[in-house]
Design a binder for this molecule. Structure first.
Ligand code: SAH
Length: 364
């Protein structure tokens, strides 16, 4: 769970139903005396998603019965990670994102634009029905000037729109079809999870792609080798932890060592996200690595040094002292503005009482 995710404890369903009446028929009191909904009921899931989007983000969505109903807390985890990446690395006044496979809900662009008022999106999908709904949902929320929905061809390049765009992008994002076949779906832990605990209304086009998610993300990676810095961070969500080593091997084969892996945990559901970049700037370890014994060899190298400087009177004095020392090292250039970037206490990236100083070093 992302530390800024407000859904870190189960919602008060009774209160939500009071504020969003269509949810009312689905709320009941369970054996522990708490209000609950039945996650196996698709209408209940849909009303919950609508309620959270309406009440917490002012968004109104039409969700078709035969396409995925996106759980808001899970989708928010990915948006918050991207928000951290953009804050730490990008810094353009207008932030431009590409959402690959936006689905009928267009959940990622709508949620992200609802939170970040300088963000704009191009959102793609191959599925005509989803594209129609996505366009309606964007218009319904008066986001047409910030989110363009485009239908793309199943056999064309996934990043086609980056090739043809005159603009550079800050990030690409994607919640790909995870599975390679119907058997792959039924073998997965998720399918078992949908069984006892929840239902999934995903259509085949949303769940299955040739070669599964690894192949889909590998295609994006191979295409990105042509586009390089046309986009700062290429990213994708992953439904299977086993996809991480396969993709990291591919990165290493192509000598791409600026990458990031993270994990999203929401209730019983675990998801991962992976990202890579062709620019020099790295992400801090808190965004690029997570602790997992089995995956330690897969993580990008550490680049964040935590050191408490006792007695430093101000961040500026400390910065200039550090700069003076670092410039003595042969072959090292320091990229930091006259006033170094300092994250203050309100930043989610800070975990100590101290100011955090960001100085980038380049070895020539
Ligand atoms: N983003 C939505 C939907 C994810 S399901 C959500 O998170 O809820 C995956 C989506 O990818 C489906 O809508 C599917 O139609 C789309 N898709 C599959 N192959 C694609 C491709 N080559 N290019 C763009 N979208 C694709």
């Amino acid at each position: 769970m992302h530390p800024r995710n407000p859904y870190n404890k189960p919602p008060d369903f009774a209160d939500l139903a009071r504020r969003y009446p269509p949810l009312r028929p689905h709320v009941f009191i369970n054996h522990t005396g708490s209000s609950a909904i039945d996650f196996k009921s698709l209408p209940a899931q849909k009303r919950l998603t609508e309620a959270l989007l309406r009440l917490d983000y002012g968004l109104s969505l039409t969700l078709p019965d035969d396409r995925l109903c996106p759980p808001v807390p899970n989708r928010l985890n990915y948006v918050l990670w991207l928000q951290d990446i953009v804050k730490s690395n990008c810094g353009s006044a207008t932030v431009r994102g590409l959402d690959i496979g936006t689905g009928a809900s267009a959940i990622y662009p709508l949620l992200a634009c609802g939170i970040e008022h300088t963000w704009n999106f191009v959102a793609t999908d191959i599925d005509e029905r989803s594209v129609q709904f996505a366009k309606q949902n964007v218009s319904k929320n008066s986001m047409d000037s910030r989110i363009a929905v485009e239908r793309v061809q199943v056999d064309g390049p996934i990043l086609q729109l980056l090739h043809t765009s005159l603009m550079d992008f800050d990030f690409t994002m994607c919640n790909p079809p995870f599975y390679s076949s119907a058997e792959d779906v039924s073998r997965s832990a998720d399918f078992k999870e949908f069984g006892p605990n929840a239902v999934c209304s995903g259509a085949e086009v949303e769940m299955i792609t040739p070669g599964g998610e690894t192949n889909f993300v590998a295609r994006i990676f191979l295409e990105s080798l042509q586009l390089k810095t046309k986009c700062r961070w290429y990213t994708s969500m992953l439904g299977k932890m086993s996809s991480i080593p396969e993709l990291v091997s591919l990165f290493r084969e192509h000598s791409v060592d600026n990458y990031a892996i993270t994990e999203f945990v929401q209730g019983q559901t675990r998801r991962w996200a992976i990202g890579w970049s062709f620019q020099d700037a790295r992400l801090p370890d808190t965004l690029a690595r997570f602790s997992n014994q089995a995956l330690q060899n897969m993580m990008p190298s550490r680049n964040t040094l935590h050191h408490v400087f006792l007695g430093a009177r101000s961040a500026e004095i400390l910065a200039s002292a550090l700069r003076n020392v670092l410039t003595l090292i042969n072959g090292v250039t320091i990229a930091s503005s006259a006033t170094p970037a300092i994250y203050d206490h309100s930043s989610a990236m800070l975990h100590q009482e101290n100011h955090r100083l960001l100085i980038s070093l380049f070895v020539s």
